[in-house]
Design a protein around this ligand. Structure first.
Ligand code: SF4
Length: 146
């Protein structure tokens, strides 16, 4: 790790959404990520999973030195596994299918293009859970006397 980063306290969390275009859960992760950065513009940034997996040093280095939250759209877990493989273990992982099950929500194939009511409800819940994790992560790395 570069010296300056050892003393630097991260103030941003990278949000890495699944890039799946074939299933509605992928759309849910990307809308949720957008909702989070709109709500928390000072403390979050959206990272590009395809660029990250293609080997972009900027994206990969960010995820090595800053906390990340991965939003996985399916059991292949491209976001969390890719982050761990090319950078570091994510600070938190949110599994969309698990949250869907907990909320007893079903998505339609059309949600891939535009989320319906259920899809938006799920995206808002994923965004809430992500924002909560952002607060916990940043609180955790803040010096205790602040
Ligand atoms: S997690 Fe699933 S839906 Fe998302 S990019 Fe990977 S394979 Fe596609």
């Amino acid at each position: 790790m570069p010296d300056f980063l050892e003393t630097m306290r991260p103030t941003k969390v990278g949000i890495i959404a699944c890039s799946g275009e074939a299933i509605p859960e992928g759309t849910v992760t990307r809308i949720a990520a957008r909702l989070v950065v709109e709500e928390l513009p000072e403390s979050t940034v959206i990272m590009c999973l395809p660029l990250f997996l293609a080997g972009d040093e900027g994206e990969q280095n960010f995820a090595k030195f800053f906390p990340t939250i991965c939003l996985d759209g399916c059991e292949k877990r491209c976001s969390s596994l890719g982050t761990e493989k090319y950078s570091d273990k994510p600070s938190a992982v949110i599994d969309v299918k698990k949250v869907m099950k907990e909320m007893d929500i079903k998505l339609n194939p059309e949600d891939v293009v535009e989320l319906g009511n259920n899809g938006m409800k799920l995206a808002r819940r994923i965004a809430e859970l992500t924002a909560k994790k952002v607060d916990e992560i940043l609180l955790d790395i803040r010096p205790k006397d602040e």
